[in-house]
Design a protein around this ligand. Structure first.
Ligand SMILES: NC(=O)c1ccc[n+]([C@@H]2O[C@H](COP(=O)([O-])OP(=O)(O)OC[C@H]3O[C@@H](n4cnc5c(N)ncnc54)[C@H](OP(=O)(O)O)[C@@H]3O)[C@@H](O)[C@H]2O)c1
Length: 317
């Protein structure tokens, strides 16, 4: 294969993934001419594609060979389609180990931005858990380590555990650190706002979808002001948004005005139109959904008036 002398290792790997994509998802290979939108991580300027992959439940498949084959195709589709971010956690059963094995099997580690999490009752339990994550992800260096569901963690414990994450980051084990929440909004939002004012975090990961918009009240603005990147978990409200519109067509105006070709794209485009958002993390085990999700970031996003119309529509279903 002839390559340009200035091509980076990442570009070469992406090219390899692109060839793999032609085999697993010809439709995407044909369509992926327009690039997926990327946004800079405020602390570093590194650009991250705005659509990632969530692995809770769907990647908890242990040693099932057939399912591992299917999930491998989903990861290939993410990477070849221009994505990089995979979010997992030790508490997702076998998912973290499965993702680590599949990425290692694809020899695609350099193309992936791994986000995982840690949640421990004591500082003594924190360190072994993070070491296990390094082993499971086959990665001495993890891109993003997040303290998992910190909304209700006792303050002194939070501060001392965050200090350990900072130390690991300084020693090169993590590139970025952050915190996540997904439950009991808006109380958890208030706690994160307090953290953002008191601590320098690289990322927060929040529960944000058209079904749960409380982060819009204040948290997203604080994240932007403090230079903190934002990831959205549960962007489809665990699938509730699809159930709400079941049997209804995507409105023509959404297709014509901002290229929402599916309900998935409609829901993700609403989130991505907010420039405080760095990436969304829809969970899926299906190649066709991965293609659809990436497609949300290849075309136009709605403006403020169009977002209002989207909300009005969802309020009516
Ligand atoms: N506190 C935390 O840190 C926290 C908490 C919760 C979640 N998370 C993260 O957020 C991720 C996403 O959460 P989630 O997977 O539970 O919920 P979700 O992304 O809101 O919804 C997933 C559902 O949407 C469906 N789906 C995905 N793409 C679709 C498409 N294009 N068209 C139609 N249906 C589509 C999936 O179907 P299939 O299953 O059939 O593919 C699944 O039923 C998790 O995997 C995890 O990484 C983090």
């Amino acid at each position: 294969m002839k390559t340009h002398p200035d091509m980076t290792r990442r570009e070469l790997l992406a090219m390899g993934a692109g060839l793999a994509l032609a085999a697993v998802a010809p439709a995407l290979h044909a369509q992926a001419t327009s690039p997926v939108l990327t946004r800079p991580i405020p602390r570093s300027g590194e650009r991250l594609p705005v659509v990632g992959l969530g692995t809770a439940i769907v990647f908890d498949i242990a040693d099932d060979t057939a399912k591992r084959g299917e999930r491998t195709k989903v990861i290939q589709t993410l990477l070849a389609g221009g994505g990089r971010l995979i979010d997992t956690a030790p508490s997702y059963g076998t998912a973290e180990a499965v993702v680590g094995d599949l990425v290692a099997g694809l020899k695609a580690r350099d193309n992936v931005f791994f986000a995982t999490k840690v949640r421990a009752r004591s500082n003594d339990a924190l360190v072994p858990q993070m070491k296990t994550s390094q082993q499971r992800l086959h990665s001495e260096k993890i891109d993003l380590m997040q303290m998992h569901n910190v909304g209700f963690q006792e303050r002194a414990q939070f501060t001392s555990q965050l200090a350990i994450l900072r130390e690991w980051k300084q020693q090169g084990a993590f590139r970025y650190i952050g915190v996540t929440h997904s439950q009991d909004q808006p109380r958890a939002n208030e706690r994160l706002i307090e953290m953002l004012h008191g601590e320098k975090l690289d990322f927060i990961q929040v529960n944000y979808s058209m079904a749960e918009r409380s982060v819009e009240d204040k948290l997203l603005a604080v994240a932007k002001d403090t230079g903190t990147a934002v990831l959205c978990n549960l962007p489809y409200g665990r699938g509730a948004l699809f159930r709400a519109v079941k049997g209804k067509p995507v409105p023509d105006w959404a297709k014509a005005e901002f290229d929402a070709q599916s309900w998935g794209q409609f829901f993700l485009k609403y989130l991505l139109a907010n420039d405080a958002i760095n990436a969304v993390l829809p969970g899926t085990d299906k190649v066709e959904y991965m293609i659809d999700n990436l497609g949300a970031a290849r075309t136009r996003l709605p403006n403020a008036a169009q977002r209002k119309r989207m909300l009005a529509l969802m309020a009516s279903v």
